[in-house]
Write a protein that binds this ligand. Sequence first.
Ligand code: THU
Length: 160
Amino acid sequence: MKKIQFSAEYLCYADEKGLPDQDKMLLNEAKEAVNSSYSPYSKFKVGAALLLENGAVVRGSNQENAAFPVTLCAERTAVFSAAVQFPGVAIVAIAVTVETQQKNMNKPITPCGSCRQVMLEYELRFNHNIRIIMQGDFGEIYIAEAVKDIVPLYFDASFL
Ligand code: THU
């Protein structure tokens, strides 16, 4: 028996100050995207913004449903929208943020497992790392350089 360890790395900024311009721009786009969130059940408005290799920015927001499980997260809404609007174009980065009811969440929102799996598919498909920029209502910003870094032991097409 041997024990194998994972390690993951992400950057942590105290706030927007010092954030690279491109990351700041994408985070602002994600903040705008929360306005299109349809979240009457959770009242947790999530916004996402993708930067594509051709320079286009595509926004997404969570879209809820009275049948709760069919809700789609902001990240997947953005990824699928980009795949339709700009077929074959790689995703370079995604910013994710939230506007809570109390606007007091200073912990960065991190994508759920399903969204990580979906983003991973596109990262591998285009052979291009996707940078993930995460923030809550305000405060600390986390940045991961690639989706595969935050999905240990991921499942991909090599198993099929
Ligand atoms: N949600 C997202 O849109 N992205 C995430 O990363 C986590 C959760 C949404 C789904 C649901 O509409 C609400 O947030 C509460 O879970």
